[in-house]
Design a protein around this ligand. Structure first.
Ligand code: HEC
Length: 145
């Protein structure tokens, strides 16, 4: 009889583990509402996009792709969003800034690795990537590869 109980406990733990993991992945990633009031304190300059692109190509492109299209990742059910989707475009600058700072799951947070100015430059860069290719302002824009 006790065997049945230990079996039940193991099954319950396994169920919690797997369902918990799936729930985490499928839940949309929402930034806290207060992040909508954050704004970019730095000036937008001609070099803002090219500088952000350097950082992006170093840290982000391996998952997000040259045009922000997103690659399928191995060893995780987490999906990389396409930056041209409405879901990304409709978010505030502050929300995107906060997400790049904090990260989630397989996406690392960058608050300790990048300067505040670099984080805001990346927000501008994602805004540019979310436009159709021929409307992007970055003179050195990446191809989708
Ligand atoms: C190891 C892969 C990986 C790297 C490296 C990475 N990301 Fe991500 N990123 C993801 C994944 C996966 C998600 C989706 C997370 C989720 O919704 O749970 C994501 C989501 C995002 C989002 C939120 C989009 C949305 O749907 O709201 C932004 C913005 C973002 N990444 C920017 C960046 C930037 C900028 C960098 C580089 C500084 C970067 N990421 C590096 C994997 C990565």
């Amino acid at each position: 009889m006790p065997r049945i109980y230990s079996l039940l406990i193991i099954v319950t733990i396994a169920l919690c583990f797997f369902s918990g993991k799936n729930r985490f992945v499928q839940e949309p990633w929402k930034a806290p509402v207060w992040t909508d009031s954050l704004y970019n304190p730095y000036n937008i300059e001609p070099l803002t996009l090219p500088q952000a692109q350097e950082v992006y190509n170093l840290h982000c492109i391996r998952c997000h792709g040259g045009q922000g299209q997103g690659y399928p990742l191995e060893h995780t059910a987490q999906e990389v969003p396409d930056f041209k989707q409405d879901w990304v475009r409709q978010q505030s600058d502050g929300a995107l800034y906060w997400k790049i700072r904090e990260g989630r799951g397989i996406m690392p947070g960058y608050k300790l690795k990048l300067s505040d100015e670099q984080l805001w430059q990346l927000v501008e860069y994602i805004r540019d990537l979310s436009k159709p290719f021929d409307q992007q302002k970055n003179p050195f824009k990446n191809l989708e590869e």
